[in-house]
Design a protein around this ligand. Structure first.
Ligand SMILES: Cc1cc2nc3c(=O)[nH]c(=O)nc-3n(C[C@H](O)[C@H](O)[C@H](O)COP(=O)(O)O)c2cc1C
Length: 325
């Protein structure tokens, strides 16, 4: 397949792996890139720019294909060493950055002057237009279904994607709820130039996370995610577990008085315990409704090849067959 996204990022298939905290290590990013998609190392999972440089070098040794780095701009007062991370990205020869969170405008010149293409993750049409206006090369449009932070507008992809297609001039990928060849064809039909997947890539052989995490995704249905931190306007879609039930009970009982400190135990520093140790009730972790469509743990290559074959068959047989001669 050839789309604006495959051309822009010089990849074979229009499939991107979104940044995922404590999941997006070199092993997964390289596997996705080797399979013809665009893998993404999660920048802030590496605690320092030096560690990110090391992770980039490790990924480079595992693939000769393009891969990217996710940089999430957090709304915190004491911010991570973003200039240091960007330097590590540029020095490591990485040509694609997926930005997320706060407006990346301040950092665009530094990246783009070094030849880095920037795809910004947005959960609304207005944020997508803003990303376009400040000069991002592409956007990743995340619908309400998505694992992680869906924003506060709650617009699902069947509305959000055609709305984005009507307004945007730059290429965009559909993100949230994407699982298979059907998702890819639907996203293309709605106007996207490719797709971005998070949760689906966790349930793969190469995802370097504890087996319990993969099994939890397989066991989950589309009814098993919850939205947390809505009262703080930092909504996150997570898989339900004991910690999430506790967190939601605090939200209910404290109401408008809820502060981040009240739920710190359920959300701060929990990712290594879950992703690396497999302690599934240690806290709230991002997971999309798409868990209901995930029933196996294939290699990344089997997954991507299967998706592309299914997508091509839907377009050239099922859809073409519907047309009257
Ligand atoms: C476990 C997990 C961790 C994530 N961490 C991040 C992150 O650190 N930064 C980011 O921009 N997006 C993060 N995301 C969002 C994904 O990059 C992607 O946008 C989202 O998963 C797409 O929805 P899907 O899960 O339905 O495919 C995370 C998602 C998951 C499931």
């Amino acid at each position: 397949m050839k789309t604006k996204i495959t051309e822009l990022f010089e990849i074979q298939h229009p499939i991107i792996q979104g940044g995922m905290h404590y999941v997006g290590f070199a092993e997964l990013a390289a596997a996705v890139s080797n399979a013809g998609g665009l893998g993404m190392i999660t920048g802030l999972t590496q605690k320092t720019p030096e560690l990110l440089a090391h992770e980039i070098a490790k990924c480079r040794a595992m693939t000769d294909k393009p891969f990217g780095v996710n940089l999430t701009f957090l709304p915190t007062v004491t911010s991570p060493d973003y200039p240091g991370y960007i330097k590590a990205i540029i020095d490591g020869g990485v040509r694609v950055v997926e930005t997320a969170g706060n407006n990346p405008q301040k950092w665009l010149p530094m990246m783009q002057e070094a030849g880095v293409k920037v795809i910004h993750k947005c959960t609304s049409v207005r944020h997508s237009l803003k990303a376009q206006a400040i000069g991002c090369d592409a956007v990743s449009v995340d619908g309400f279904e998505c694992g992680g932070h869906p924003g506060e507008d709650d617009v699902p992809n069947f509305i959000l994607l055609p709305r984005a297609a009507d307004e945007l001039k730059i290429p965009f990928v559909a993100s949230g709820g994407m699982a298979d060849g059907r998702s890819l064809v639907a996203a293309l039909a709605l106007g996207a130039d490719g797709i971005n997947m998070g949760t689906r890539f966790i349930a793969t052989q190469e995802a370097p996370v504890h087996q319990h995490v993969k099994e939890a995704i397989l066991a989950a249905s589309e009814l098993d995610t919850r939205l947390v931190m809505r009262p703080l306007r930092n909504t996150e879609r997570v898989l339900k577990n004991a910690a999430v039930e506790r967190l939601l009970e605090k939200e209910r009982s404290l109401g408008a008085r809820l502060k981040f400190d009240d739920i710190i135990e359920e959300v701060a520093g929990v990712y290594p315990k879950i992703m690396l140790d497999g302690a599934m009730d240690a806290g709230a972790w991002s997971c999309g409704m798409v868990a209901g469509l995930i029933h196996d743990i294939p290699t990344v290559k089997v997954l991507i090849d299967r998706m592309m074959a299914e997508a091509e068959s839907i377009i050239s047989r099922r859809l073409a067959g519907i047309l009257r001669p």
